[in-house]
Ligand binder design. Structure first.
Ligand code: ZN
Ligand code: ZN
Length: 336
């Protein structure tokens, strides 16, 4: 089958790879659409220890189920599905508490196992969910990540929120904040095209830190600070600004991963009782909810200027465009 294989730092090769036998309990999908995730950009740059070449990445995808292992019945055969790519053991303490994403045995399709940057991808049957549209279907995964982050900071009606980073995760966080009743939402990003898109996703204030001082602008608009923040960037600076922009008693979720050692002002965290939450991927419940939101049309009134489709063959160029930081698209999908 055709596949886009990450072979070394900054190199994706489009080539023919052999198909493996289907494992018991698994099904085979013909991939219809697969998104490129921000975490894959750091993988591509060799900055992500979980991803080891040669690897077929791709964990946000939809496809048609074309084959099933002999040992199972499967009502979704022939249907369009999206897949929860996070496979957990189901037995450990975190799994049993419903936090499958924290399972130490977790394996992610496209990270530890071959992913969907290919004509076909094999997945466990019980991780498949029926979807109506292949492109929106491929967005369930980032939507589930965003839902978790926004739920971590328990947004309430009338809240003022900030989202650092207007990539797809940031945009989806704005959408959920709005849905949960946030009255004002500040979007912060250095890329103007992305910043402009934020309005469609619920942002009421836009700040480009290359043009203005973000903290000053936030304080001008909301002198007492904001109620909740999602940092979908993950630099030391955005983490610190998130803390400084909160009102006393405010909450922040860190979902972006960019700069591991970060300098944070501990005294402000203590004196203002700032609540800091890590947010990693999604539990099974978040994923099911995201499927329902997508199938109910959550993403359908947002136009499509934020999304671009490319052929799988042009995958390397798409990665290059995204790491340049100049792409005007929040999401690029590859179509095998
Ligand atoms: Zn992802
Ligand atoms: Zn487990």
């Amino acid at each position: 089958m055709d596949a886009l294989v990450w072979t070394e730092r900054e190199r994706m090769e489009f080539k023919d790879v052999p198909r493996k036998d289907l494992k018991p309990g698994w099904v085979r999908l013909k991939v219809v659409a697969v998104g490129i995730c921000g975490s894959e950009l750091s993988g591509y740059l060799g900055e992500n220890s979980l991803r080891v070449p040669p690897l077929i990445m791709g964990h946000e995808f939809s496809g048609v189920v074309i084959e099933k292992a002999d040992n199972i019945g499967f009502e979704l055969l022939g249907k369009l599905v999206t897949v929860n790519p996070l496979i957990s053991c189901g037995n450990c303490r975190t799994c049993q508490k419903g936090q499958q994403q924290l399972c130490r045995e977790r394996k992610i399709i496209g990270v530890h196992l071959s992913g969907a940057f290919a004509q076909f991808v094999d997945v466990p049957a019980n991780q498949c969910f029926s979807v109506k549209d292949p492109y929106y279907g491929a967005l369930v995964e980032p939507l589930a990540c965003s839902l978790r982050a926004v739920e971590r900071v328990s947004v309430k009606a009338g809240d003022i929120g900030i989202v650092f980073g207007a990539g797809i995760i940031g945009l989806m966080c704005m959408k959920f904040m709005r849905m949960m009743g946030a009255q004002k939402i500040i979007a912060i990003d250095t890329n103007n095209a992305r910043l402009m898109l934020s309005k469609d996703w619920g942002a009421t204030h836009l700040i480009n830190p290359l043009k203005e001082n973000a903290l000053e602008e936030i304080r001008k608009a909301f002198p007492q600070g904001v109620d909740c923040v999602v940092d979908a960037v993950g630099y030391s600076k955005t983490r610190q600004q998130a803390i400084e922009s909160l009102r006393a008693g405010g909450k922040v979720a860190f979902i972006g991963l960019h700069e591991n050692p970060s300098t944070l002002t501990g005294d402000i965290i203590v004196r203002n009782e700032i609540e800091i939450y890590g947010s990693f991927s999604y539990c099974n419940d978040d994923f099911s909810k995201a499927v329902a939101f997508v199938n109910e049309g959550l993403l359908e009134d947002l136009g499509n200027s934020w999304l671009d489709r490319r052929s799988l063959q042009d995958g390397n160029d798409a990665f290059q465009e995204l790491i340049s930081g100049k792409s005007g698209y929040s999401k690029i999908m590859l179509v095998p």
